[in-house]
Design a protein around this ligand. Structure first.
Ligand code: SF4
Ligand code: SF4
Length: 438
């Protein structure tokens, strides 16, 4: 292996869902080869995993300046062939990609939030042709999981999905698999990175990330500040959590294959021999978040679990993976005008592995902009009163809320999606039942 390729050999680990036995065997092989402990103790409960995750994320939030410094120094020292840079905001990152891309205008991106909501709009503004192969990777004819009642509810059943490192790459000179290099740029948001040694982690559900790493002539890894963890072990742990807690949201987001989408398949072959690997450390408001009253948002790992039971998620016609976290993020960044559709039902807080109190943060953000509560928010913000009224009206209330004629105006007044599954009111309350049954 040439010294040049060694200089570019940044370790890139790809985590994928896989059967338990395979995961264990791959993990044990990796441990023998690399002396790495597995990300999770096999016996850890979900509560323990959440507790450890919070610890790792709080450490990162409280030490982010030194972690960024360590990452920059360590990558520059160990992998001088990797071109490392920092971007204050998404526009600056896009400007860097345009300059380093040297006229190549075809870009393939992954599905991470930092790319779909921060970098991609800036690339489009600059005239790049951006494709997302994620959307055309899987062959399904129709949406399989339409709403949360169709989900397998793995965590509630005590069955955590398995994610493990299935591929270990070393920079872009890893293959020996003779993948043809193509004439396009890949811009990929990483899921976690270790400040100690620069190991990058991706969570991959299909093959889009691996293909881009193998085929693009220049690869830009975008690292939001919130993706940096202290050690390789911590970064692996965070990435595994993204896989585990985000698995069911991923199922909700599956759409039929977009047959019109052209990804990197259509890109012409490139005769370039020196592929380039760039690492862009992106702030884009993250350090300001740490200094603000919303500092806990920095703990977010971007798993999208907050989306699972959110009753308003169908109300947004957007071309990215909408989540309550994203909704709040847009508002705080000034790219979203309102948070009025939120019903403050708390479902997102319950589903979040870090128990981030997004509903309260939404109130706070609105109060900061002096937006008084509307009637519907006052109504829906008092669920106890609604429950008492619904219980008193019993079967009549149930019939009404299930009638299509009522659901349309109800959606307009309350913001509750007409397709949402609503709880049933019972005339006999739990208190009454408990009293009668001792
Ligand atoms: S509190 Fe708001 S954002 Fe969170 S689940 Fe409920 S409606 Fe959705
Ligand atoms: S806020 Fe949402 S995306 Fe962030 S960690 Fe919690 S569940 Fe995951």
């Amino acid at each position: 292996m040439s010294s040049k390729s060694q200089n570019c050999d940044l370790p890139i680990h790809i985590m994928e869902p896989e059967p338990e036995r395979k995961r264990r065997s791959v993990a044990s092989k990796l441990n023998i080869a690399r002396g790495e402990p597995p990300a999770f103790k096999e016996t850890a409960s979900i509560q323990e995993i959440k507790r450890d995750l919070r610890k790792i994320r709080e450490y990162a939030r409280d030490n982010i300046a030194s972690l960024v410094g360590e990452l920059e120094i360590n990558v520059a020292k160990k992998y001088p062939g990797v071109k490392i840079s920092s971007a204050r905001d998404a526009a600056q990152a896009a400007q860097y990609i345009a300059r380093a891309g040297e006229g190549t205008m075809a870009v393939s991106v992954n599905n991470s939030a930092v790319i779909t909501q921060e970098i991609r709009p800036e690339l489009i503004n600059r005239g790049f042709s951006v494709s997302s192969p994620y959307a055309s990777e899987y062959e399904i004819g129709a949406e399989r999981v339409r709403d949360y009642w169709g989900l397998p509810h793995l965590l509630e059943k005590g069955i955590a999905p398995n994610f493990g490192v299935s591929r270990k790459l070393f920079g872009l000179d890893h293959t020996g698999e003779a993948a043809p290099v193509k004439d396009y740029l890949a811009v990929l948001g990483v899921n976690a990175i270790s400040a100690d040694d620069g190991t990058v982690f991706f969570v991959q559900h299909f093959h889009n990330i691996l293909r881009d790493l193998q085929e693009a002539k220049k690869v830009f890894l975008v690292v939001g500040l919130d993706k940096i963890a202290k050690s390789r072990e911590d970064a692996a742990f965070v990435a595994e959590c993204i896989g585990i807690f985000g698995m069911e949201s991923m199922l909700l987001g599956l759409r039929p294959k977009d047959k019109t989408a052209t990804g990197q398949e259509a890109a012409p072959l490139s005769n370039i021999t020196n592929r380039e690997l760039h690492l862009i450390i992106l702030d884009n408001g993250r350090s300001k978040v740490i200094e603000s009253k919303f500092r806990d948002l920095f703990l977010c790992i971007g798993c999208a679990a907050c989306n699972q039971h959110c009753p308003i998620r169908f109300s947004f016609d957007v071309d990215y993976n909408w989540t309550p976290r994203v909704y709040l993020g847009h508002y705080l960044r000034g790219t979203g005008n309102s948070l009025d559709r939120c019903l403050h039902c708390q479902a997102c807080r319950v589903d979040c592995p870090l128990e981030l109190d997004l509903p309260s943060m939404m109130w706070q953000a609105k109060m900061d902009r002096n937006q008084p509560r509307k009637l519907r928010q006052k109504l829906l913000g008092t669920p106890e009163l609604l429950a008492k009224l619904g219980s008193a009206a019993g079967p009549v209330a149930n019939r009404l809320v299930r009638s299509k004629i009522i659901r349309i105006p109800m959606e307009k007044i309350t913001g509750i999606d007409r397709r949402a599954n609503l709880p049933k009111f019972h005339a006999r309350t739990f208190r009454k039942w408990f009293k009668d049954n001792g």
